[in-house]
Design a protein around this ligand. Structure first.
Ligand SMILES: Nc1nc2c(ncn2[C@@H]2O[C@H](COP(=O)(O)OP(=O)(O)OP(=O)(O)O)[C@@H](O)[C@H]2O)c(=O)[nH]1
Ligand SMILES: [Mg+2]
Length: 442
């Protein structure tokens, strides 16, 4: 999705990383790259110029906040500014039974989006149903019935005119999120405006979502504003972000219109749909991982992101290792954390790999306490005689000490191997894991 745009943005960030000094010239160089990327994505020229000025004003001659180098501050500012530029808030709709009306021009993706949205609502524990109010195009109702079948939701279609169909659906529906599919037109002309208005009177929608295809680029702004003025919208869904280089332009345009983007469509499949979270979206786009998520998670449980990163890269002492297992247990799935670490995409550790029983954790804690600082730092130097001393001190068996050391070494190896993309389901590592009773389902 938006590969080219993402690549160009990535380049800007990489350029900052490679800077010797962050002076005026360097900032202007990066900003020029960013401008090029934005213009190629069909972002409005004036908006691009506004963004550039804002970044320059914040960075050139700035004193970074304590704890950040100027370079880090530059990266952070650039990231924040792009996020702000492409959207600001995370899109949301109330998770309760309600009425959602989808509107938009011909072929923008209303009917497919009705299916995607109903699928998404089901994952939130709600019961959606579709209402086939497109009586304009011959096969439209049939198409929605198919969509309903795929999403496994009820479809209301009885009636002649859109208003009748809506009325009948409202009579029958109970505790459902009703998604009303409407007819498209070539343009937002009087006929369409009238039809949507009279539907609106019957439906009294909680949400009126305008469906806009991303290939509109900067023209999305005008369309959003026109629809908003004539019929009133509560949000925008940008579809087809997978198939165009102009997605950046469409998102930037939508974000300066009065309505916010709530969802995005990223493919023809029913699951190619997500809440639009600009921070996450930009993070993914520039390959930043979900830094925000990681920082927050880490803050919650009181571990530093650098520490988490260390273990994820396979560089840690026995002490850190132990602390990390404890933290990871609190943090939940290790692979989830890994997904969030910048530059380590898609690292998959089998579920349960870091689940050590509490009893064992207690033993290991005693063992580690009986070690010298040097032994904790370099567990590989611990040989038979030291094992004896440690086990005695900890009140455990030699086998317990050996088990901990073995586990430590293996996890380190597993993490390094996984980083290399090798599988964990088969081979000696899997056998090892089984031996310790870890779940190995990926
Ligand atoms: N690649 C891609 N295709 C999409 C996406 N959303 C919709 N489409 C395709 O766009 C075409 C039109 O989608 P529809 O859902 O029928 O659009 P519509 O707005 O209901 O069209 P009308 O009812 O004729 O106004 C279909 O071929 C969809 O599969 C998307 O996010 N990505
Ligand atoms: Mg349709």
């Amino acid at each position: 999705m938006l590969d080219k745009f993402g690549d160009s943005l990535k380049k800007s960030f990489r350029k900052i990383a490679g800077l010797g000094v962050v002076d005026k010239e360097a900032v202007e160089l990066v900003v020029r790259d960013l401008q090029r990327a934005m213009l190629q994505a069909d972002v409005d020229v004036e908006l691009v110029s506004g963004l550039s000025d804002s970044i320059k004003k914040k960075i050139i001659g700035a004193k970074p906040p304590t704890g950040l180098t100027l370079k880090e501050y530059f990266v952070k500012t650039l990231y924040d500014e792009i996020v702000e530029f492409l959207g600001k808030e995370k899109g949301e709709i109330a998770l309760k039974p309600q009425r959602v009306l989808l509107i938009g021009l011909f072929g923008s993706g209303k009917t497919s989006t009705a299916g995607k949205l109903s699928k998404w609502l089901q994952t939130k524990g709600l019961k959606p149903a579709l209402v086939a109010c497109d009586t304009h195009r011959a096969a439209a109702q049939e198409q929605l019935k198919q969509v309903g079948k795929k999403a496994k939701v009820n479809v209301y279609w009885e009636g002649k005119k859109p208003e009748d169909i809506a009325r009948n659906a409202l009579k029958k529906a109970k505790e459902e999120v009703l998604i009303f599919d409407s007819a498209g037109r070539d343009a937002l002309d009087k006929v369409l405006a009238k039809e949507l208005k009279s539907m609106g009177k019957v439906i009294k929608p909680d949400e009126v979502l305008l469906v806009i295809p991303a290939d509109l680029g900067q023209a999305a702004r005008k369309q959003a504003e026109e629809f908003n003025k004539l019929v009133g919208i509560t949000g925008i869904i940008v579809t087809k972000l997978d198939g165009t280089a102009k997605g950046g332009g469409a998102l930037a345009a939508a974000s300066v219109s009065e309505a916010e983007v709530k969802f995005i469509g990223t493919g023809e499949g029913i699951g190619d749909f997500q809440v639009y979270d600009p921070r996450r979206f930009v993070g993914k786009l520039i390959g930043y991982g979900d830094i925000q998520g990681l920082l927050e998670k880490a803050k919650e449980i009181g571990i530093k992101p650098e520490e988490a990163k260390k273990i994820l890269e396979g560089e840690f002492t026995l002490n850190e290792f132990f602390e990390q297992i404890k933290s990871m247990q609190k943090m939940g799935s290790l692979s989830k954390v890994m997904d969030m670490v910048p530059g380590v995409p898609g690292l998959k550790i089998p579920k349960g790999f870091m689940d050590v029983q509490e009893e064992k954790m207690k033993k290991w804690s005693h063992i580690i306490n009986s070690m010298t600082p040097q032994e904790k730092r370099e567990p590989d130097t611990i040989k038979a005689s030291r094992i004896k001393r440690i086990s005695k001190g900890a009140g455990v068996s030699d086998g317990d000490v050996r088990e901990l050391l073995k586990y430590y070494k293996q996890v380190k190896k597993v993490i390094k191997l996984t980083k290399g993309g090798k599988g964990l389901k088969r081979g000696p590592l899997a056998r090892f894991a089984k031996q310790f009773g870890f779940g190995m389902e990926a």
